[in-house]
Unconditional design. Structure first.
Lengths: 292, 442
C-alpha cells in the first residue's frame, strides 16, 4: 500500500472515526471515570469514591432484582419469540404470492412506538376492559394481569414478542429462502419428508438465522425499559425491575449519576458475559450440524 | 508507517475535539461580551413543556421586552429527555442551563439547592416586594427550606381534593361527601350492599413503587390526619406517629372491606367503577372534552381528604401539587437579577395571574385567590375551581429534602404497599418505614 492510498483510507474512514470518538469512545472513558465518583452531574464539586459504587451495587436489592429479572424475561421471551418468528417465517415462506406484503405487515409492530404500544396493552389489561369483563362475566375469572409476580413479567414478555416477532421472522425468512432446493431434493431421495425433513434439514440449515435471532433476542433483554416503565414501574415486588429502570432511577430520578454509571458498567459486563455464553452454546450446536 | 499514521490520526481527532470545545467557549464568551458592550442582558427562560404554559410565558416576555428594550428573553420549552428533571440535569452538566425556569417541584429544588445549582431568591433585590405585591406571604411561608432560604417561587398551587360521585352518594342516601374515616367506611359499606362490583377508590399506583404517586395518596391523607405536620425537617424525620399509623390503618380498612381497586382501570371514576378519586384541576379540561356529562355538584362534588374521627374535618389539610420558578447559579449575576426583575414585573399585576389561571387552569399560588376581585367572576363561572382556590392556604407542599425520591419510595415499599397487601400491620409498617428513612437521611 503506498502512502497516498493509506492517506485516502484514513480520510475516508475519518468521519466514522470522529463520530465514534465523540459519541462512543469519549463517553465510555468519561463513564468509566464517573463510575468511581459520587458526582450527580450538577454539583460544582464531587469526590472520587473508589469502588464504593460497585460494592453498593453488588449488595443492592434492586440491582440483584434487575439481574434476575433479565434472565426471567429471557426465559419467557426468547423461546416465545424464536418459535413465533420461525412459525411466521414458515407460513410466509409457504405462501404462493404476496410474501412481501405479509412480511411488511408483520414487521409493522416493530416500528410502533414502545410507549404507545404499552399504553394500548395497559388499556387491554385494565380491570374494566372488554377482555376482563368477558373473563369475569362469562368464565368467572378475575385475573390481575399486572400485579402478579408471574403474570406481570409474562405480559411484558408477550408484548415484546408481539413487537419483535415480525422483525425476527424476516431474518428466518431470508434463511429459508437461501436453503438450496437441491438439499431438499437429496433429503427426499433419502426418505426425509414432512416432519423429518423439517427437523433434520430445515432447522440445521437455518443455523445462521437461529444464531442471529437468538443473540439479538438475548441482547435485547438487557435493554428493556419502556414496557415495564409504563406498565408496572418495575413492580410488583421488583418482579419487572430491569437494568435500564435501575439506571434511570439512580441517574435521573435520584441524581446518583456516579452510582448509576457503575450500575450501567456492571450491566455491560453482564450483557457481554451472557452473550458470550449463548454464543458458545449456539456455536456448539452449529458445529454438531457442520457449521464451523 | 502504520504507527506514524495512527499518531497523525489521533492528533487530527484531538485537534477537532479541541476546536469544537474552543468554539463552544468562544460562543459563550461572545454572548456575554455582547450583552455587556451593548448594555443588553440576554437570558434564557425555560417554560414547562405544556403548550398553554409556553404561550403564557412567551406573551409575558414579549410584553416585557417592549417596555424594556435592554432585555432579551428567549422563551423555550424545557427538554424532556427522558424527563424535564433529567433535561435540566443534562443542561447544567453541559453548561447550557437557562437563567430561569419554571416547572420545578420542591423536591427537585431541594436536590438542586443541595448541589448549589440554584440561587436563594430571597437574596435577590426586590424579593420581599414581590411577595407582598403578589399577596403570597402565607402560601410561601411553607416553602422555606431548612436553611431558611427561599429557592423556589411557587407559581401555582393545586390543593389536591377528593372528587366524589354525588349521583351515587345520593342513591345511597347522602347529600354530601363523607368527612371522617367512619363516615367513609359507612358509605363504603352501603356502596357494597347496593353495588358489589363498585369500589370506593380505584388507584393502581397504591401498590406501585412509583415515588411521586405518594403525593396523591399517602400525603393527601397524612397531611389531613396530622394537621399538615412536617414530615421531614432538615435531615430529621419529624413525623406524627399517631397520624401516620391512623392513615395506614385507614388504608388497611379500605382494602379489608374490598373498597380499594388497586388494578389498572380506564377512567374508573368517570365510568362510576369507583366513587372517589384524588383530583387535580388539570382534569377538568379533559372531562370537558371526553366526559361532558361530568357536571359539578350534579354528578360530582369536591372535598378535602377525610380525617380520623378525632380530628376536626373543617381544619383538614391536604397535599399541594405545586411547582415554581428557580434561578440558576450558572447564570451571570446580571442575568440572575434581570430574570428576577422580569418575574417581579409579571407578578406585579394581578391581571397576569388571572391570564395564567384562564390559560392553564392552574390556580395561582396567592393567599387571596378566592377573595381577590380580579378572580371573582372567573371563579363564579368555574365553581369547581373555587374550592381549589379556597384551599390553597390548607395545602402543604412536598418535603424539601434532596432525598425526596428515596424517602417516598420507602413510604411505598415499607409502609403503604405491604399494608394494602396485608403483609404488615400498620404499626410495624410505620416503624419499618421510619427506620428505613432514618437510614437514608444519615
Amino acid at each position: 500500500m503506498n502512502k497516498t492510498t493509506a492517506r485516502l483510507g484514513w480520510l475516508l474512514a475519518s468521519p466514522y472515526l470522529i463520530y465514534s470518538f465523540i459519541f462512543f469512545l469519549f463517553p465510555l472513558i468519561w463513564a468509566l471515570y464517573l463510575a468511581f465518583t459520587n458526582w450527580n452531574l450538577i454539583a460544582p464539586d464531587y469526590e472520587t469514591v473508589g469502588l464504593q459504587n460497585f460494592i453498593e451495587a453488588f449488595f443492592s436489592q434492586s440491582v440483584r432484582a434487575a439481574f434476575w429479572t433479565t434472565y426471567k424475561f429471557m426465559l419467557m421471551f426468547v423461546p416465545i419469540v424464536v418459535a413465533g418468528a420461525l412459525f411466521l417465517a414458515l407460513i410466509i415462506h409457504s405462501l404462493p404470492r404476496l410474501k412481501g406484503l405479509f412480511s411488511v405487515g408483520y414487521f409493522l409492530p416493530y416500528l410502533a412506538s414502545g410507549v404507545a404500544s404499552a399504553i394500548v396493552v395497559k388499556g387491554v389489561l385494565s380491570y374494566n376492559s372488554p377482555l376482563n369483563i368477558f373473563f369475569r362475566n362469562h368464565l368467572g375469572m378475575d385475573i390481575n394481569w399486572l400485579d402478579s409476580p408471574i403474570l406481570a413479567p409474562l405480559m411484558i414478555a408477550l408484548m415484546m414478542a408481539w413487537k419483535f416477532v415480525g422483525y425476527y421472522a424476516l431474518l428466518f425468512l431470508s434463511g429459508l429462502e437461501s436453503i438450496p432446493k437441491e438439499i431438499y431434493e437429496a433429503a427426499e431421495m433419502d426418505g426425509a419428508v414432512g416432519w423429518k425433513r423439517f427437523w433434520y434439514v430445515t432447522i440445521p440449515m437455518l443455523y445462521p438465522s437461529f444464531y442471529t435471532v437468538t443473540i439479538l433476542a438475548v441482547g435485547l433483554m438487557f435493554g428493556i425499559f419502556t414496557e415495564p416503565y409504563v406498565l408496572t414501574g418495575g413492580g410488583p415486588d421488583y418482579s419487572t425491575h430491569t437494568w435500564q429502570l435501575e439506571i434511570y432511577n439512580q441517574a435521573f430520578e435520584k441524581l446518583n449519576a456516579g452510582y448509576g454509571t457503575a450500575v450501567a458498567i456492571i450491566n455491560s459486563i453482564v450483557t457481554f458475559a451472557s452473550i458470550l455464553v449463548f454464543r458458545k452454546i449456539l456455536e456448539k450446536w452449529g458445529a454438531k450440524h457442520g457449521w464451523e | 508507517m502504520k504507527k506514524k499514521g495512527f499518531v497523525q490520526m489521533a492528533a487530527a481527532l484531538l485537534t477537532v475535539a479541541l476546536i469544537s470545545a474552543g468554539c463552544q467557549n468562544a460562543d459563550k464568551d461572545t454572548g456575554a461580551k455582547e450583552g455587556k458592550s451593548s448594555q443588553t442582558v440576554t437570558f434564557d427562560f425555560w417554560a414547562a413543556p405544556n403548550p398553554t404554559q409556553q404561550a403564557f410565558w412567551k406573551s409575558m416576555a414579549d410584553e416585557y421586552m417592549k417596555d424594556h428594550p435592554n432585555v432579551k428573553i428567549k422563551v423555550s420549552p424545557m427538554p424532556e429527555s427522558p424527563s424535564s428533571e433529567a433535561g435540566i440535569q443534562s443542561a447544567i452538566a453541559s453548561g447550557h442551563a437557562p437563567a430561569v425556569s419554571e416547572n420545578i417541584s420542591r423536591g427537585f429544588a431541594a436536590q438542586l439547592a443541595a448541589s448549589r445549582a440554584i440561587v436563594p431568591l430571597d437574596e435577590l433585590k426586590g424579593f420581599d416586594e414581590l411577595i407582598e405585591q403578589r399577596n403570597m406571604k402565607t402560601t410561601i411561608s411553607s416553602w422555606e427550606f431548612a436553611d431558611q432560604h427561599q429557592y423556589v417561587l411557587p407559581i401555582y398551587s393545586n390543593a389536591m381534593l377528593f372528587g366524589w360521585r354525588m349521583d351515587i352518594l345520593k342513591e345511597l342516601g347522602y347529600q354530601e361527601p363523607p368527612k371522617t374515616y367512619s363516615e367513609v367506611m359507612e358509605v363504603g359499606q352501603k356502596l357494597k350492599e347496593k353495588y358489589p362490583d363498585k369500589f370506593l377508590w380505584a388507584r393502581a399506583d397504591l401498590v406501585k413503587p412509583t415515588w411521586w404517586a405518594r403525593w396523591f395518596d399517602f400525603f393527601m391523607l397524612y397531611n389531613a390526619a396530622s394537621d399538615g405536620n412536617n414530615f421531614i425537617k432538615g435531615n430529621q424525620l419529624v413525623v406524627d406517629d399517631q397520624a401516620g399509623v391512623k392513615t395506614l390503618q385507614f388504608f388497611k380498612e379500605l382494602q379489608k372491606n374490598d373498597l380499594l381497586l388497586t388494578r389498572e382501570a380506564t377512567d374508573p371514576f368517570e365510568n362510576a367503577t369507583s366513587i372517589m378519586v384524588d383530583l387535580g384541576p388539570w382534569t377538568f379540561p379533559y372531562w370537558a372534552e371526553k366526559f361532558p356529562e361530568m357536571k359539578f355538584q350534579q354528578n360530582y362534588a369536591l372535598s378535602l381528604p377525610p380525617v380520623p374521627d378525632d380530628v376536626d374535618p373543617s381544619k383538614a389539610k391536604t397535599f399541594a401539587d405545586t411547582k415554581g420558578l428557580v434561578i440558576y447559579a450558572s447564570a451571570t449575576k446580571e442575568q440572575q437579577q434581570a430574570a428576577f426583575d422580569f418575574i417581579r414585573w409579571v407578578y406585579s399585576d394581578v391581571k397576569h395571574d388571572l391570564d395564567w389561571f384562564k390559560q392553564t387552569n392552574l390556580p395561582p399560588a396567592r393567599d387571596d385567590l378566592s377573595i381577590n376581585e380580579a378572580f371573582v367572576s372567573y371563579l363564579e363561572e368555574n365553581p369547581q375551581l373555587k374550592q381549589y382556590a379556597e384551599n390553597i392556604p390548607n395545602a402543604i407542599p412536598p418535603v424539601d429534602n434532596e432525598k425526596t425520591v428515596e424517602i417516598q419510595e420507602l413510604i411505598g415499599k415499607e409502609a403503604l404497599t405491604p399494608v394494602i397487601k396485608g403483609q404488615k400491620t400498620p404499626e410495624k409498617a410505620w416503624e419499618d418505614m421510619k427506620k428505613a428513612i432514618d437510614g437514608v437521611l444519615k
